[in-house]
Design a protein. Structure first.
Length: 242
């Protein structure tokens, strides 16, 4: 199914990633900038038609008002099943996220920190692709993402591929800054309200907790937890590389 994506950042991410079929790029003919010239160049290199037209024509096609004179017609994102591939490095399983803005924020954080793959419970996010793309500044398109049908599928996959499961979970936990992360692992983060399932926590090699600077009895939201964990993992990688 084809959809219209709006804004230079989202369109640029879709064209650069090259992971889906991009059909037609619309650019306001009055916007002759370095960015629009780059978009037109990469679109043509991908075999995507480029149309320079009036802002009025773009407004008629757009669903929102923040397109900035750039639209792209492209196919919906196809997210593969985790079991259909082999991934290694820093994998991050995100459970309990319902809001597309939060998913976009998490995608941006994981991509920026160097995460190798985000894993999600299978769900149709196609209705919110535009929102997720904008919230992630395009990272949602560039970050490798995979679905699992159930938590058992993730546990079995990790066991088969010798990927230790690490959980952001308080029971029997060690502090984040006291744990040395392996080269290959799957970090599991649950939502602030319901956390992770017993299936996941039972398979955990080690539970890890973010230690606070004061007495605060509430969990971080998923986006904040993803940021704290992923950039500590990046810090450790940098230390090892020295």
């Amino acid at each position: 199914m084809e959809k219209i994506f709006e804004g230079a950042i989202s369109c640029k991410a879709l064209l650069e990633a090259g992971s889906r079929n991009c059909k037609k790029l619309y650019i306001d003919k009055k916007k002759n900038t370095k960015d629009t010239r780059y978009l037109a160049k990469i679109a043509k290199s991908r075999g995507c038609e480029v149309v320079f037209c009036s802002r009025e024509e773009i407004n008629e096609l757009a669903t929102g008002k923040t397109h900035g004179g750039v639209l792209l017609i492209a196919e919906e994102k196809q997210i593969p099943q985790l079991i259909e591939t082999y991934v290694h490095g820093f994998l991050c399983y995100i459970d309990g996220v319902e809001d597309p803005y939060n998913l976009g924020s998490i995608s941006r954080t994981l991509y920026a920190s160097g995460c190798d793959a985000m894993i999600l419970p299978k769900r149709d996010w196609s209705f919110a692709e535009q929102t997720i793309l904008k919230a992630s500044a395009g990272a949602y398109e560039k970050l490798p993402i995979y679905f699992v049908d159930a938590d058992e599928e993730l546990v079995n996959y990790c066991k088969k591929n010798n990927l230790p499961i690490l959980c952001a979970h308080r029971k029997d936990a060690v502090g984040l800054y006291d744990y040395t992360f392996e080269s290959d692992f799957c970090l599991c983060l649950g939502g602030a309200l319901r956390g992770l399932s017993s299936t996941i926590t039972a398979a955990s090699k080690q539970n890890i907790v973010v230690e606070y600077g004061r007495d605060f009895r509430n969990a971080l939201d998923s986006a904040s937890a993803a940021a704290v964990f992923s950039f500590e993992i990046l810090r450790q990688k940098k230390v090892k590389a020295r």
